[in-house]
Ligand binder design. Structure first.
Ligand code: NAP
Length: 278
């Protein structure tokens, strides 16, 4: 079992040490639009852990009926604000808003969620930029657990900008041979059951069962779903855990690493901006 909580705690401690070494408190502006309860909980956790790591919480809350122009104006304001080192736009946005257009406005040097076209492009070219938080967390989990990646076969289920695509890019950069699966994949089990590493990010509760996983494979479950019987992931944990070599639980796997990676990106962004200012 890969203990995401413990690994996230270690990363947050390293981030706090980096903040102390930086000599100033980096500022993180989380932006929450509306009152979706799940998003409110995620943002509250990010803000709490940001402060615990010695950073400044520069949260901005906007009403659900904010216009595209008002939201983009806020992003421009945060771009221009020297106190702000990182901007995190909590997704999803209410339906009337175009999230891609808002993300495109974020200064790439403050894009601590790694979602701007510039950071996505750098990642696609295997160059250094700010990497999306959940994918960066997935790679750290695999590396810290000692899962061999170079030369391995990895299957990623899901191809979103937020998770699947960047996870595949990071695995490729770690020299894995990567298969990307999605909703049109003809035989999902045939693809994933050949893989040494399976990353599940489809957003479908318990999509992957025993037939999808090779004995001894590493299984990282990014999915998170609230059901009548509690939280579950995209992997049927009870069916898969007896045969997996490594597996992440839900909760307590990828989720905590996402926030730790966000804090890591924020201190990196602050350090890079400090260099520019000096
Ligand atoms: P998304 O934007 O809905 O993308 C889902 C992807 O999965 C799409 O590429 C889709 O294929 C593919 N897919 C859907 N059904 C499939 C199926 N039956 N077989 C194979 N592929 C299928 O979701 P996301 O934002 O990437 O998030 C994925 C999951 O991760 C969600 O449960 C989300 O809540 C969770 N998540 C967790 C964290 C965390 O910190 N723990 C962070 C982010 C997301 P098409 O492209 O063909 O439509």
């Amino acid at each position: 079992m890969i203990d995401g909580k413990a690994l996230a705690r270690d990363l947050r401690a390293r981030v706090a040490a980096d903040v102390a070494a930086l000599g100033r408190a980096p500022g993180l502006a989380t932006v929450l639009v509306g009152d979706d309860p799940a998003s409110a909980i995620y943002v509250a956790n990010k803000r709490k852990l940001c402060v615990a790591a010695g950073m400044r919480d520069l949260h901005r809350q906007l009403p659900a009926d904010v216009t595209q122009e008002e939201l983009e104006r806020l992003v421009e304001e945060l771009n221009a604000d020297d106190q702000v080192d990182g901007i995190l736009l909590q997704l999803p946005l209410p339906r009337h808003l175009d999230s891609r257009a808002v993300i495109d406005r974020i200064d790439p040097t403050k894009d601590v969620d790694g979602l701007t076209a510039r950071n996505a492009g750098l990642l696609a070219q295997g160059r250094t930029g700010l990497q999306p938080c959940t994918p960066a967390g997935v790679l750290l989990l695999l590396q810290e657990a000692g899962v061999p990646l170079s030369g391995s076969h990895a299957a990623v289920v899901g191809r979103s900008d937020l998770v699947g695509r960047p996870v595949a890019q990071l695995l490729l950069s770690a020299n894995a041979t990567v298969t990307m699966c999605h909703s049109r994949t003809r035989d999902l089990a045939a693809e994933t059951s050949r893989a040494d590493v399976v990353v599940a990010a489809a957003g479908v509760p318990r999509l992957l069962g025993a037939q999808h996983v090779k004995p001894g494979a590493a299984v990282i479950d990014v999915g998170i779903h609230r059901t009548d019987t509690g939280l579950c992931g995209d992997v049927d944990f009870d069916a898969v855990s007896p045969l997996a070599g490594w597996i992440t639980p839900v909760p307590g796997g990828v989720g905590p690493m996402t926030i730790a990676s966000l804090l890591h990106n924020t201190v990196r962004a602050a350090a890079a901006r400090t260099e520019v200012v000096r």
